[in-house]
Design a protein around this ligand. Sequence first.
Ligand SMILES: Cc1cc2nc3c(=O)[nH]c(=O)nc-3n(C[C@H](O)[C@H](O)[C@H](O)COP(=O)(O)OP(=O)(O)OC[C@H]3O[C@@H](n4cnc5c(N)ncnc54)[C@H](O)[C@@H]3O)c2cc1C
Length: 374
Amino acid sequence: MSFAGRVAIVGAGVGGLALGGFLSRLGVPFAVYEQARQFTRLGAGIQMSPNAVKVLRALGLERRIREFAFAPRSWSNRVWNSGDNLFDFIYGDEAEAKYGAPYVLMHRGDLHDALHSTVPAGSIAFNKTLTNLARKGGGYELRFADGSTAAADAVIGADGVHSRVREILLGPEKPRFTGRVAHRTVFSSALMNGYLVETCTKWWGPDRHIVIYPVNPRRDETYFVTSVPDPDWDVESWSARGDMDAVRRAFGGFHDDVQKVLANCPSVHQWALFERDPLPRWTEGAIALLGDACHPMTPYMAQGAATALEDAATIARCLAAVDDPGEALRRYEAARKDRTARIQLTSRQNSWGKGATDPGWVYGYDAFETPLPA
Ligand SMILES: Cc1cc2nc3c(=O)[nH]c(=O)nc-3n(C[C@H](O)[C@H](O)[C@H](O)COP(=O)(O)OP(=O)(O)OC[C@H]3O[C@@H](n4cnc5c(N)ncnc54)[C@H](O)[C@@H]3O)c2cc1C
């Protein structure tokens, strides 16, 4: 018998919206509480690997995603100056047959819009910054910065890397600054004077890298994301603007194909990269964490949002299988912890694709086929 109480989802990011989409399909009552006043279209690309696309498929989004995403032939890994090939992850039909879904690259805003479309209008409350969460009666009371409250029988903290729900459950965290920053932007390919990026490429320098890819089938928008040493900048937020001249200097000497991308790029944002260890637990009673709130990771395997989607699918499966929400969420944690810890720790090494890499254990995973622990 499935859970029939009311679920509060804190955070309308990738994982929170996906969970809302699944709960809506299951007929479980829910509300999403989001701190932002409205959604804004961030200038960023996102890679969705086959394990993520299987979740998007279950939300009915596959056709839409194939229309707006770019399907690369490979993720090529090349030496920063010579352009010599280190290793290619081969995608396209071959990988789709092997892993059960395509590997696609897209604008983060398009992904977010697609996920938003799976949640009924009116189920997201904006301008609701969670400040506190406490037991009340048989369930929970959520308190927000505007003084309002809400009640729920189960609470999912999908509130990202600076999760307030995690802080309430486990206390303040102490992430380690890696001494590195990521710059990222999406800009018009027309600024590259006729040059078009063909596929996804990671250019590996001695102490820095840059990943470049188009974000739609027309390839008229290009995305890049970097990782560069910068011990003086430790702000973990995309609202900070970076300096494109500094980015060009940081990648001076990189291959001509990188110079063509950076030459006229108008602007960039930057985010300090932190490392965190796997958490001891993700649940307490009928409260659980999801996505970056419980397993934030460095972006080097492009698996943060993918694993948040897997989490959402698994929570929905557990709530559909068990009527006691605490029991359902404990099963969810048990089903997900080893996998996400392994990805977190592998990602930290920043060696994915630098040499021969078998991605089967990541891409072949199907959040709907994996047995749920008893
Ligand atoms: C440079 C970079 C590149 C990346 N590239 C990829 C990639 O290619 N592929 C991939 O799979 N992953 C990638 N990731 C990781 C991915 O962005 C995250 O893992 C993913 O967004 C996590 O989803 P989430 O739903 O857990 O959190 P988020 O998407 O961060 O959503 C959290 C939501 O909670 C809201 N919120 C926060 N606090 C509160 C509060 N107190 N009350 C109410 N609401 C709140 C926020 O406003 C936000 O809407 C990348 C990350 C970085 C830094």
